[in-house]
Every structure is written in structure tokens, then in C-alpha cells.
Design a protein around this ligand. Structure first.
Ligand code: CTP
Length: 245
């Protein structure tokens, strides 16, 4: 049984006068969140500080708008949200398998996960003891999950995130083109208040043709709301997206 507190929250959300519009009723939404861990041996891994907050916010917003949500998440310090399927993974390969499987019947896929670009070429089954002097780790590239989904895009709306330290719009537009994403939300890890782990985000929506919109600094939940507004407009049979400006 669900926790009583979760049941009370769900009831309050349904009865609230500010309950969100259920415009995603019947739409399957897949969201990836958090970091991946690429193990070198059983006790050491390569990873990054992604908190998962942005992806969880998208998943919760989609759920509250009536979507059938699958959240695939790397190791983060956040409890499983209620009212959705949650798949916990560690490595990029596990993330790929879970996302690709869930994405089959999905209308919208949002990749907020900070996927490690490389993994150890050979993963040792035993803890590696220290040796004198420098060591070299041989890394091999991980698959690009968003690009893989983009190759068989169909009617699915694909949304990516990108962190850039320079030439952001140009690089994000190229990424959107290369991965066949509908749009990418670009953010800057160095910007105050919106860095890894924060509750706010300030992003720029970038389309493959390079047109873009700067959004103000708002909560991650508000970014999620705007992201899903933009994605929902692109679903087949919905109002066509406004022309880029
Ligand atoms: N992504 C993915 N699979 C990967 C790497 C990234 O699906 N192996 C997704 C991310 O979840 C994100 C988008 O692609 O939505 C852009 O991620 P980013 O790391 O900025 O792109 P990269 O292609 O890795 O580019 P860079 O060379 O800048 O690292």
C-alpha cells in the first residue's frame, strides 16, 4: 500500500483549485534523470554531480498532467515519486536498455540524465590494489541514447538537455541536429544559483535551426512546466508549434 502521506498528497493535488490541466492524459512520457556510474572495479567509479532534481520535476509535472510516466534514474538522493513507474539504474548501458524499452510506445522522451560519455574498456571484477607511480585507465565511448532514439524518431517528441561553458546556442543547435531532437534546453554549469543540485534553473530553449528563447531563472518545476507545454504542442494532432523567431 502507498504511504498515507502520499495518498493525502495525491488527494489534495486532485482537489486543488490550482490543479494542472490534464493535457497529457493517455500520453506515455519517459524521463531519464541523474548521473550514471561507470565502475572501474567493484568499489570505484567515474560519475558526475547530477542531483536528478530536474528530471524528477519533469516526471512529476507530467504525472500531474495525466501522463503515464516512466522515470529512469541513476543514483540520486531522492525518494521514488508516487504515481509513476520508477526504474533505478547505475551505468549508461543500463540506462540505454531501460530508456529504449520504455520509449517504444512513448509520445514524449525527455533526456535530462547526465550520461557519462565513457566507461572503462575492461571492468575489473576485483578491487584493484594501488601500484607505485601513475596508472592509465583505458576508456571506451558509451552509446549516445538520445541519438539512438533520434534515428527511429517517428512521431515521438524528443527533448535533450545540454550543459555548455561556451558557444552554448551554436553547440546546442548542432547537438539537436545531430541527435534529431525537437529541442534542447541549454544551461550553464557555472551560472550562480543554477549549478548542479540547485532548486532553480535558467535555461535557453534551442531548436535544431538555431532559433532560441531565453527563459528566466525559475524553479525546476516551472522549467518542467514550460518544457512540457512546448513538447505537448508538438504531439501529433495538437496545435502546431509557433514559428521560430
Ligand atoms: N546523452 C545521451 N547519451 C549520451 C550522452 C548524452 O542520451 N551518451 C543526452 C543527454 O541526456 C542530453 C543530451 O544527450 O539530453 C546532450 O548531452 P551532452 O552530454 O551535452 O552531449 P554530448 O553529445 O555528450 O556532447 P559533449 O561532446 O558536449 O559532451
Amino acid at each position: 500500500m502507498s504511504e498515507p502521506g502520499d495518498i493525502a498528497d495525491a488527494a489534495l493535488a486532485l482537489l486543488s483549485p490550482t490543479a494542472p490541466v490534464r493535457d497529457l492524459e493517455g500520453v506515455r512520457v519517459v524521463v531519464s534523470a541523474g548521473p550514471t556510474r561507470e565502475y572501474l572495479d567493484p568499489v570505484r567509479f567515474i560519475s558526475n554531480p547530477s542531483s536528478g532534481k530536474m528530471g524528477f520535476a519533469v516526471a512529476e509535472e507530467a504525472r500531474d498532467r495525466g501522463a503515464d510516466v516512466t522515470l529512469v534514474t541513476g543514483p540520486v538522493n531522492l525518494p521514488d515519486p508516487v504515481g509513476m513507474r520508477v526504474v533505478r539504474i547505475e551505468s549508461a548501458l543500463e540506462l540505454r536498455d531501460a530508456v529504449v524499452e520504455a520509449a517504444h510506445a512513448a509520445g514524449i522522451v525527455v533526456m535530462t540524465a547526465a550520461v557519462a560519455d565513457y566507461r572503462a574498456a575492461t571492468q575489473s571484477g576485483e578491487k584493484q590494489a594501488k601500484v607505485a607511480g601513475d596508472v592509465t585507465v583505458h576508456l571506451t565511448p558509451n552509446p549516445d541514447i538520445l541519438a539512438q532514439l533520434g534515428q527511429e524518431k517517428g512521431d515521438r517528441v524528443l527533448v535533450g538537455f545540454a550543459m555548455e561553458t561556451h558557444a552554448g546556442v551554436e553547440r546546442a543547435a548542432l547537438k539537436a541536429q545531430r541527435k534529431n531532437a525537437d529541442f534542447i534546453l541549454l544551461n550553464y554549469p557555472t551560472r550562480e544559483g543554477t549549478a548542479f543540485g540547485g532548486d532553480d534553473n535558467q535555461v535557453t530553449l534551442v531548436r535544431p535551426d538555431g532559433s532560441h528563447e531565453d527563459w528566466p531563472r525559475v524553479s525546476k518545476r516551472e522549467v518542467a512546466r514550460r518544457l512540457l507545454d512546448e513538447a505537448a504542442r508538438r504531439l501529433p494532432g495538437r496545435v502546431t508549434p509557433p514559428p521560430p523567431h
